[in-house]
Design a protein. Structure first.
Length: 154
């Protein structure tokens, strides 16, 4: 998971820069850009905005099974008890919400456990996104330490 920006207002005008670098890095490391996630600023707003749909649609051009994932901030807690992700699939040039009762993840309880551990250890304090990287190029937007922590927890 690569975090591009912590504010969507920059994303719409600056997207080509991280897009090019992320695409190159993924190809070098044999990764696929499989989707886009966004958490809106307002607590109860879970709908994808134009930026989310545009970015996810660009990803879908290269990866037909791309997903657009929205974070439900109202359900998101430190314990990760509740499903707080809303998954959209691309069909007929539109993003449609999947059935919330359908499992989109092989082992959601494991995802919840890992997410809760990362939140408990405050991994978010060391999370670097592209904004941070552009402010200081020494900041590594690939977040190797967090990725190591995830692998260790698996």
């Amino acid at each position: 998971m690569i975090r591009a920006f912590h504010s969507s207002r920059f994303l719409s005008r600056c997207f080509p820069l991280p897009s090019f670098q992320v695409d190159s890095w993924c190809k070098e490391n044999s990764y696929v850009i499989a989707g886009y996630y966004q958490a809106n600023e307002r607590l109860k707003d879970t709908s994808p905005n134009q930026v989310a749909e545009k970015v996810a649609s660009r990803i879908a051009e290269s990866f037909s099974d791309a997903a657009l994932i929205m974070v439900d901030n109202h359900k998101f807690t430190m314990e990760c008890n509740e499903q707080s992700l809303i998954v959209y699939e691309h069909h007929d040039n539109k993003w449609r919400c999947t059935d919330p009762n359908t499992d989109f993840c092989e082992d959601w309880s494991e995802v919840q456990r890992i997410a809760a551990c990362l939140l408990e250890s405050k991994s978010y304090d060391s999370l670097v996104d592209f904004d941070n990287h552009l402010d200081d190029l020494r900041n590594d937007w690939t977040n190797p330490e967090i990725n190591k922590a995830v692998l260790h927890l698996c």
